[in-house]
Ligand binder design. Sequence first.
Ligand code: AAL
Length: 390
Amino acid sequence: MNSRFQKTSFARLPGTVSAGVLSLASLALGTEPGYPWDIPQTKPDRPLSKAMERLYDQYLAPRPEDNELFSSFKYTPLKGLDYKDGDGTISRRDPSKIIKRHGKYYVWYTKRDTPVPPQGAEKCSDTIPSTDWDLCEIWYATSKDGFTWEEQGVAIPRPPKPEVGWRSVSTTDILEWEGKYYLYYQGFMEASGTKGDHCPVAASYADSPDGPWTPANKVIIPNGEPGTWDQYSIHDPYPLVYRGKIYIYFKAAYGDRPDYLVGNGLAIAESPLGPFRKHPLNPLFNSGHETSLFPFKEGIGALIISNGNEVNTIQYAPDGVNFGIASVSALLPIAAGPYVPDAFNSNGNGRGISWGLSHFTTAGGPGKQHSILARFDCDLSLDVDDPGLK
Ligand code: AAL
């Protein structure tokens, strides 16, 4: 593994907020590589317990320090974004993946700037938000170093009623395709919470990451037929270019908020505004809320961040479709928007990720609910010397 730091390094740094249960366990037991009781790198030729069989058969490598898809996560506050002292009237959440253009990093995110914090579905109005992502717009920020961010302004405002997203536009992600840029996002037609969290995916396009953005004014990935797994909501669109096509991974819910069970599926197109064809094996994940994905070698890696039996796992599919658990970790970045240098041009040789932005929700305490963006660092990158990855 060509790594900038040891897989276990975050667990060993005093004072960092970190995860890595396996690393912590090996630290506690003193199982440094090379000790006689260390885990053998190759499967022993003797009967093994179920857990030891799994260690060799399921994960990319038996020891976390050799597993290219194992990482702990470190978090750092950002500089440059104002939250009005955390009074709950400003929120930033659900960052897109990050791209680098014109020597700067770009991120798009859901921004709420409302007179009061979210008041729930019963008390919401044309100006009072129901949830943290109600009455939102999509804004963007740029940064030279990934730590200090300068908010540039609105990218996608709410369109007039009754166009897609008139109530709220949120939870966006970026695609570059043939020199043009596309933002995909949730387009709410009613306040979130009044009837679940139902919404389809809409899109806007531009010649530059700085806009101006033109709305496509249509539903890009429609809800499924009644009775199907994605009938209610198509959330968290996450575009990548893979095998020469546009792959948009998305989250859907079997039921309704808050008692829903999430799954993640895939829709594929040859042109950014569709038509998108849903994969016949959907859902491709049985777990995961705000799943983040990245090209990794010939396949796709995924952070399964919350919800479901396979929460807190890092998964891998050599074909972008059939995912298996590559490692188990903890404190994964919520709604991670990683910097993915090769999101649109990995050509079967994905390089992974080493940092990005994520959000922390319910900052501010009761009555002041909002979300903030923070930086995460991880060790899921195969390139040490690419300056863009540092
Ligand atoms: C997030 C995302 C979607 C949901 C809401 C805002 O976690 O899954 O964007 O609609 O919560």
